[in-house]
Design a protein around this ligand. Structure first.
Ligand code: FES
Length: 142
């Protein structure tokens, strides 16, 4: 079996699909190679991510990883979302085939883009290094 049961589960029944109209942070990212797009919405109260939803136009792994990413950050402080790595998402899904790892990178980037949007909108200072774009490295090895 190429995909773990968890991947198939999150692909078939993605959690937290949709949009949050009054989101506090919205992140949209895409992968130029495959053309997949991910949009992440965060509702944040008192530094806690009280709600998170996503819309993904992409492959099954992109859907499964964005679904898992929402589960991992929901109810957590914003700082936890910033620590979310694509490896953590992959581990939570019991693995992904190597050539699908870039899909999980997209999920990590979407979450971080949404946090950045939240910081920007609220005038919260942050280290730009945290959001350094490392696209080329991460997507180069498919
Ligand atoms: Fe593009 Fe999976 S193939 S995100």
């Amino acid at each position: 079996m190429l995909y773990s049961e968890k991947v198939m589960d999150h692909f078939r029944n993605p959690r937290n699909v949709g949009e949050i109209p009054d989101a506090d942070g919205i992140g949209e990212v895409g992968n130029a190679k495959c053309g997949d797009i991910m949009k992440m919405y965060l509702k944040i109260d008192d530094d806690i991510i009280t709600d998170v939803k996503f819309e993904t136009f992409g492959c099954g792994s992109a859907i499964a990883t964005s679904s898992m990413a929402t589960e991992l950050i929901k109810g957590k402080p914003v700082s936890k979302a910033m620590e979310l790595s694509n490896q953590a998402v992959v581990e939570a899904l019991d693995g992904l085939p190597a050539y699908k790892l870039h899909c999980s990178v997209l999920a990590e980037q979407a979450v971080k883009a949404a946090v950045k949007d939240y910081y920007d909108k609220n005038g919260i200072a942050y280290d730009p290094e945290l959001f350094a774009d490392d696209d080329d490295d991460e997507h180069g090895h498919e």
